[in-house]
Structure formats: C-alpha cells, structure tokens
Write a protein that binds this ligand. Sequence first.
Ligand code: HEC
Length: 124
Amino acid sequence: MKNKALIALMALLPVACGGSDTPAAPALDAAAVAAGKKVYTDNGCDACHGDTGKGDTPTGQAFDPSPRDYSNAEWQDKTSDEQLRKVINEGGAANGMAATMIPYPTIQEADLDNLVTFIRSLKK
Ligand code: HEC
C-alpha cells in the first residue's frame, strides 16, 4: 500500500513540476487523501478537529487547549510526519500535549500514511 502511494506520487511529480519557473509544492496523491479522510471520519477525529481540520467544532472548542488549526501553514511546516504519527498512535499525554488527544494505537501503516497525507492536504 505504502509503495503504491509512493509510485502514484512519483508519477504525479513531473506533471506538477514540469515546465514551470516557480517550483510547485509536491502534489499529494488524491487517492491517499481520500483514503485518509475516510480514516479520519471513521475514527471520529472530525468530532474535535472538524471536517476542515480547523479544530473549530463545539467539542474541539470546549477543550483547553483546543486542537491546532491544520490549515495553518506555519504549523504544517514545523511539524514532521513522524510527530503526527507519534501523537496519533501514542496520544497527547505521552507527547507533552493534552490527554484529551487520546491514543489511536490501532491505526497503523497504510491507514496512518493516508491519514498523515490527508492532514497535509488541509494546509492552506
Ligand atoms: C476528543 C477530541 C479529539 C479527538 C476525537 C481527536 N483529537 Fe487530536 N487532538 C485533540 C486536542 C484537544 C489536541 C491538542 C492537544 C494539545 O495541544 O495539547 C489534539 C492534537 C492532535 C495532534 C497533534 C497536533 C500537533 O500540534 O502536533 C494530532 C496529530 C491529532 N490530534 C490528530 C488526531 C487524529 C488523526 C484523530 C483521529 C484518529 C484525533 N486527533 C482525534 C482532540 C482530539
């Protein structure tokens, strides 16, 4: 699954970069984004983080701290895929964040890759 997503991404790169003077951001694999969105809604992440990842749902806003705004480019740029994977699997408390971000240890491998790709797709 991981390789398949990578191959699809590599196939898209020349299209995204070809012929342009300004370097385009690497294109995200649309299938991986869609699959990641499904993992996100199936696991109820949207209840707190919201459809668009802004953390602006009533449930999300009821927490202090409330979830980050995933559309924030500055946050996206300073947060590694590895950090995202760790917090999702281990939860907030194990990573110096609020325990309201509960651990999801059963989300693994391909689902986790797709979920991270979906979160990246929310960057504005
Ligand atoms: C019960 C509400 C709730 C649910 C459900 C929830 N989260 Fe969170 N999440 C939070 C809160 C609150 C924070 C912020 C914690 C902090 O900043 O201390 C957070 C933080 C995070 C972070 C860390 C962001 C950073 O700044 O590094 C990630 C990644 C994340 N959540 C992903 C997910 C994913 C993926 C799911 C679903 C599998 C999910 N969350 C489900 C409430 C939730």
